[in-house]
Design a protein around this ligand. Structure first.
Ligand code: SF4
Length: 87
């Protein structure tokens, strides 16, 4: 499945728990904000990215988002439905 993962840099406080839980998906940038990777591939991280994820990877990414103390990470499925935070 495809997921759209968005980090709001204005909300991110650099707690890095998302990176600890899902290091293939989240990485800290030089401003101590989380950005989104594509399975840890050595490309340019960005605050928003569409990634192809297995069911297990999706669960890991959602766990990472749930660990964020400021709800800075939003995850959508390919139809645009918001998966996290639940609405
Ligand atoms: S857990 Fe939230 S606040 Fe911490 S680095 Fe990740 S997005 Fe930022």
């Amino acid at each position: 499945m495809k997921l759209r993962i968005v980090v709001d840099p204005d909300l991110c406080i650099g707690a890095a728990s998302c990176v600890t839980i899902a290091p293939d998906t989240f990485v800290m940038n030089t401003e101590n904000k989380a950005e989104v990777l594509d399975h840890g591939v050595a490309d340019v991280p960005t605050y928003e990215r569409i990634v192809e994820a297995t069911e297990d990877e999706m669960q890991n990414i959602i766990l990472g988002a749930q660990s964020c103390p400021t709800l800075a990470i939003t995850i959508y499925d390919e139809s645009g439905k918001q998966l996290y935070p639940e609405v």
